[in-house]
Write a protein of this length. Structure first.
Length: 288
């Protein structure tokens, strides 16, 4: 039993619903490469935050926090337990603990800054951030252009230092979280990843990638499974190499995910086959 099937069985057992916290399953144009639940699975249990956004929309962890909390407040009127499922640690953490820097900036500001960064280089970007927010500059990873662009766009858009928006008091949560990590041994996990990539290719991943080729510059498509096939279509390497790259990068991503979750507090680890053990664990905590 995989993670998706396991969570569906749990939601059915508790008469509950599933809130997806996968940062790519939001997008309706991306299906094969994001391993969304099948139509049958989506019909078995009500899912939220799957196929709700377009790849053309700006949608980050801060947006998700706001939308998910509103949805949860409504769902808890009818359900005692709700299952939030996904491997995107940043998005899960946003719902549980909040996001420091949720400031929505028009995308054209970021595009202009990225263009200037490509033209003028990292030193220019560092100097601009230091000039507008020395406090943030002194504590930031100044060799990470993505974070520097984020800080700079907020400074320019709000007229305030980016650092002034960080470490604000978190909104109180009206629920308690039962944190469960689904994991298995590395050899088995990597074999499953390799097989899943092969299945995606069989199910039309390359065709999906080709359909979206005109939008490959969008952030949503700079995702494992898509970016490697765009490199193949650009003749950077052949299809066999591209598929191997997808497998390798997916394994690397899974490893980073597990490291993130293992570094968090209070996650109890189970195998994907531990359905009854997980039920018992939930029942003990909830007093059922």
């Amino acid at each position: 039993m995989g993670k998706t099937a396991l969570c569906i069985e749990l939601a059915k057992h508790y008469g509950s619903v599933i809130l997806s916290a996968d940062s790519r399953q939001f997008y309706k144009e991306m299906s094969v490469g994001t391993a969304k639940p099948s139509l049958e699975q989506l019909q078995a249990v009500t899912h939220y935050f799957i196929n709700t956004k377009s790849i053309n929309e700006l949608y980050g962890a801060g947006h998700f926090e706001k939308d998910a909390l509103k949805t949860l407040n409504n769902l808890f009127k009818e359900h005692n337990i709700i299952f939030m499922v996904g491997g995107s640690g940043l998005y899960i953490d946003a719902v549980l603990n909040g996001v420091d820097d949720f400031i929505e900036v028009p995308p054209e500001i970021r595009e202009e800054l990225n263009t200037k960064f490509k033209e003028k280089g990292l030193e220019w970007l560092q100097n601009e951030v230091k000039k507008l927010d020395e406090t943030y500059f002194n504590s930031a990873d100044t060799h990470n252009p993505q974070r520097l662009v984020r800080a700079l766009e907020v400074c320019l858009f709000t007229g305030k230092p980016y650092s002034s928006f960080l470490n604000q008091p978190k909104a109180e949560r009206s629920f308690a979280a039962i944190k469960i990590l689904i994991n298995t041994n590395r050899e088995k996990l990597y074999a499953q990843i390799n097989q899943r990539v092969d299945d995606m290719m069989t199910n039309g991943l390359l065709e999906e990638v080709k359909e979206l080729q005109g939008q490959k510059h969008l952030n949503a498509l700079k995702t494992v499974g898509y970016k490697e096939l765009y490199a193949y279509l650009d003749a950077s390497y052949n299809l066999v190499a591209a598929i191997e790259k997808i497998k390798q990068h997916t394994r690397n991503y899974a490893k980073r995910q597990l490291t993130w979750f293992k570094n968090q507090d209070e996650f109890e680890t189970f195998e994907p086959t531990d359905l009854e053990k997980i039920k018992a664990y939930i029942d003990v905590i909830t007093g059922q």
